[in-house]
Design a protein around this ligand. Sequence first.
Ligand code: SF4
Length: 288
Amino acid sequence: MGDGLRIELARVYGFCPGVRRAVEMIEEHLAREGRVATLGAIVHNARVVETLAGKGATVARSLGEVEAPAVAITAHGAGREVYAEIERRGLKLVDTTCPIVKRAQEAARRLAEEGYTVLIYGEEAHPEVRGLLSWTKGKGYATLSPQELPELSAKKLAVISQTTKDREAFWGFVQEVISRFHPSLEDLRVVDTTCPETGRRYQAALELAAHVQAIFVVGSRNSANTRKLAETCRKTGVSTYFIESAEEINSDWLSGLSRVGVTAGASTPDEVIDQVIQRLSQIGGDAA
Ligand code: SF4
């Protein structure tokens, strides 16, 4: 540690465009019209949720809990029935569904309408996947392994992905689908609905990890993508500190180090990352 500490930032880190857009849409609504309830946390980050709460945003687990005159669908999107119910209740809608998720929903809807059984590579319980399933109007299945699927009599199969899944893994899944169903399959459609943003963060973290002595991964512990980012760094063998805020940094961690890296998950706001950089700079020197 000492004057020579160099702090490097990952090439890509922090809010992805979809989350940034969602937060901005909520802020604009709050400034213009006041109260809004979000259907689930708008971002998996307590700091962002608290800041928005201070401006009039509440978090509702279901439409039944909404007391505000407006409701916001998060960047993960929602199913068809949610839109119908919002209309039925006469609530104003702030739809922050990420355009990349919207594209996946459109694919799910169109493929189902064209008579395909839609297989979604993703976690069934994830809100985005629940939404995608709903857009298939009962003609979809969500799974991470085709072996878990029931026998399907469908001759027309389509495969799409939860947007945050790894692209390579998605294509591996497609191969498994072919192996499992090819004898009876007549028509297979594949729409790659993965989002490049998550992968770009992992790739940038790997590049950073290759030339620093320790890496600080900033984000909420309840954010799956930040946890995975930390895991990616750890696997390279570099000392990895997964922190939620600057206050958690222990100056002993920097002892003897001359080069450290900083990255952050797609749900981590800029201000938290800036505070981490400031704190590291104070302890060890100036940011590069
Ligand atoms: Fe949209 Fe991609 Fe961000 Fe998800 S990770 S909100 S799909 S930009």
